[in-house]
Design a protein around this ligand. Sequence first.
Ligand code: GTP
Ligand code: MG
Length: 205
Amino acid sequence: MKIKSAEFVMSNSDVAKCPNQAIPEYAFIGRSNVGKSSLINMLTGRKSLAKTSGRPGKTQLINHFIINKNWYLVDLPGYGYARVSKSSKKTFQKFITNYFEQRKQLVSAFVLVDIRHKPQPIDLEFMQYLGMKQIPFSIIFTKADKLKPKAIENHVNAYCDDLLQFWEELPQYFVTSSSKKIGKDAVLEFIDATNTEIEQLRQDV
Ligand code: GTP
Ligand code: MG
């Protein structure tokens, strides 16, 4: 998919005030500093569409971006930054869970995980939460530039093996690097294919 336009729409902490156009929406979630905002910039080819920072906790609100005037990308605050979270549950902020439970336009979430790390309890907990709420999600491994190709393969395989202890079936996953622009086409193709499917379902009704 070619990105012809990508524009910031609004920031919100209240899901009820998010844009109300009935168009497909994709949300990026994961631990603080995992690279959600950077990935949005990489996917859209806009250097500073979403605000990024080396310090965790940069994104504090639900941020909507409209892409090609017909679907939304959503940048969300991170969860579970170790320094502030003793009980991981508390770090799923209420307005984030409200977002996932109430946002009708949400088609699919992307759970971002740092490719260098083993599955973290808080990520597993969030995936479990999405499963329970029947919200479709894929996994995006970030910062692949930090590992050599062989290590990428080993880390992804180990991560998937661990996930199979909790899940019967693995979700779709993508290996990405925002700094090296790895994984852009695969993620955009997935979104494009999903949008096409939705469009067809709409026409069948
Ligand atoms: P919060 O908004 O705080 O939750 O963080 P975030 O998940 O949006 O992360 P952000 O995109 O702000 O990036 C955090 C840090 O990781 C920044 O210093 C980025 O430059 C760095 N980073 C993000 N993606 C990559 C990547 O693919 N490779 C490398 N090497 N660094 C990355
Ligand atoms: Mg961010």
